[in-house]
Design a protein around this ligand. Structure first.
Ligand code: HEC
Ligand code: HEC
Length: 486
């Protein structure tokens, strides 16, 4: 309603202006400035230190004659100096210009100044911008870690993905202890909402201790492979796994199907548009699909990093700490972190050996991805099986083509790093207690532990204490809850 009223008002105002010489709406999307007589819009690609850039500009007069000419300049108000280059302003047509040859030779606070001359008078419009210390190449790499949140697409392999009734059923199931064989363990035992959907333990404990650390299920929908070994290819098949594991929930398909029939028959009917079927395994898989629909709604919020990233894209101001910015420079630069922790979710979704020991205790070895591929292939609930609801198998390419290689031994999935400050301890076996320990691990990396045929991306970084703190500060800024950044 509010919107409609203001649109009507705009149309009315535009009508008035039309009578007195044409509507003043510059034909360009960008940063908008206004003086009593003019409206000016300008736009540029992200600006980097010591790189020439140009500005696209459009301007119009609110009444009377159209603007005759435009001058563009910029200076650093605090340093009292301007640019070392005089930009050339080219007229591109009525009310349109391009300013070329601008260059900011140092990071810090700059100010654009536009002078529009119309009918013998000149208006001055100024706009502050803060130039970060990053080069154009670095800015491009930082921008790849957003925008956040990404667009959500429904999962075609799960016919109830995105359906509100299935989300509601999935939420009930996530907190339902009677799904477990003993009636005592629920998903939220290990994926506790108040601990960012994990348990804070080194290794999970349901009915017995498990070999691996519990990952958060926040943002899980953005992975391609699930579990530290990628032994599952969908959120729904991964959600069936703990129900059947004797150490976790120790149930069976028959037990789960009985619990649904007795406790949640009505909710099942609403979510799946059919009565609970006779086939226990079909019910078990549907439980996984409702649980997945619920978990798809668990997406973490915007972080100080996201505010900085978006400001960088628009050349505007944020108070993102200098230490986090220095950490970011290492992360995307000499630290090579973003090679694996890539994109808005800070993971390329694949697997690597980072030299974390993979002994699981008493002569047992966790071979990670090597065993994971075998489990994936033998799982009747994978995307090539009969439970995929997408006849076209459009998301099954990875499952069809994944190749088992010697190097997969000891590889684990690259975890996303959003909220990482909330999910200690770290790594597949919870062997590193703090973020500082993780950064130190990369800094002092034992190359002999890495595969001979493995990553050459990883080298001991030999970071200084200050650099370690900077990387930790960056990692801490990837959580919405990071109050100290507000
Ligand atoms: C005993 C603790 C425990 C319980 C109970 C538990 N989980 Fe987990 N969860 C884990 C562990 C440990 C992993 C990692 C498994 C692996 O790597 O093999 C995991 C992994 C996951 C993942 C994959 C996340 C990722 O990043 O790939 C999802 C999704 C998940 N669990 C959902 C559930 C659901 C749904 C339930 C209830 C039906 C549940 N979990 C019950 C401990 C638990
Ligand atoms: C070669 C790929 C690769 C590179 C490069 C890399 N990582 Fe990782 N990272 C991983 C993998 C794989 C894991 C999980 C290892 C495991 O569990 O055994 C991981 C785990 C982590 C974790 C723990 C997350 C958690 O939830 O347990 C953090 C934090 C982390 N990396 C930060 C960094 C930083 C900072 C850098 C740069 C200094 C970096 N990584 C470079 C692949 C990589």
């Amino acid at each position: 309603m509010e919107k409609r009223r203001s649109r009507l008002w705009l149309a009315f105002a535009a009508g008035l202006i039309c009578k007195s010489g044409g509507a003043c709406v510059p034909p360009l999307e960008g940063t908008r400035l206004e003086s009593p007589r003019h409206v000016l819009v300008f736009k540029s690609a992200p600006i980097a230190v010591s790189e020439h850039f140009s500005l696209e500009i459009a301007a119009c007069a609110k009444s009377g004659a159209a603007p005759e000419s435009l001058k563009v300049d910029a200076h650093m108000p605090e340093h009292r100096h301007g640019m070392n280059y005089a930009p050339a302003v080219k007229a591109l047509g009525p009310g349109r210009w391009r300013a070329e040859g601008l260059l900011f030779h140092m990071p810090g606070k700059w100010e654009f100044v536009f002078e529009i001359a119309t009918a013998g008078t000149t208006d001055r419009l100024a706009h502050p911008i803060v130039l970060s210390q990053f080069s154009a190449d670095e800015v491009a790499r930082i921008l790849q870690h957003g925008p956040w949140p990404p667009a959500a697409r429904r999962d075609p392999s799960n016919r109830v993905s995105g359906h509100p009734e299935a989300v509601a059923l999935g939420e009930k199931l996530f907190f339902e202890p009677r799904l477990s064989g003993t009636g005592s363990v629920l998903c939220a035992t290990c994926h506790a909402p108040f601990r960012a959907f994990q348990d804070g333990r080194a290794r999970a404990f349901g009915l017995q201790e498990v070999d691996r650390n519990t990952p958060s299920v926040l943002n899980a929908r953005f992975y391609r492979w699930y579990g530290w070994d990628g032994s599952h290819d969908t959120l729904w098949s991964q959600s069936v796994r703990p129900l059947l594991d004797a150490r976790e929930m120790n149930a069976s398909a028959a037990h789960v199907a009985r619990a649904i029939r007795e406790l949640l028959g009505v909710e099942y009917q609403k979510a799946f548009d059919r009565p609970v079927p006779e086939d226990d395994e079909a019910v078990l898989v549907d439980v996984g699909k409702a649980l997945a629909a619920f978990q798809e709604t668990l997406v973490s919020g915007r972080t100080p990093f996201d505010e900085f990233r978006d400001a960088l894209e628009k050349n505007t101001v944020t108070d993102y700490p200098a230490a986090a910015q220095r950490g970011l420079k290492i992360f995307i630069g000499k630290g090579n972190c973003s090679v694996c922790h890539f994109g808005p979710h800070f993971t390329n979704g694949e697997f690597a050996d980072t030299g974390v020991p993979f002994f699981a205790g008493r002569g047992r070895v966790d071979s990670g991805r090597h065993e994971g591929i075998k489990r994936l292939r033998s799982n009747p609930h994978n995307l090539l099986g009969r439970f995929n609801d997408d006849a076209a198998r459009s998301t099954a390419t990875g499952t069809r083509h994944v190749q088992l290689q010697h190097r997969n031994f000891g590889e684990f999935r690259v975890p996303g790093l959003r909220n990482v400050a909330q999910t200690a301890p770290y790594m597949h076996n919870g062997s590193l207690a703090t973020l500082r320990d993780v950064v130190r691990h990369y800094s002092e990396l034992n190359e002999e532990r890495l595969h001979a045929d493995g990553e050459r991306v990883l080298k001991p970084l030999k970071l200084s204490e200050g650099e370690i703190e900077d990387l930790v500060t960056l990692l801490e800024s990837l959580s919405p809850q990071a109050d100290r950044f507000r």
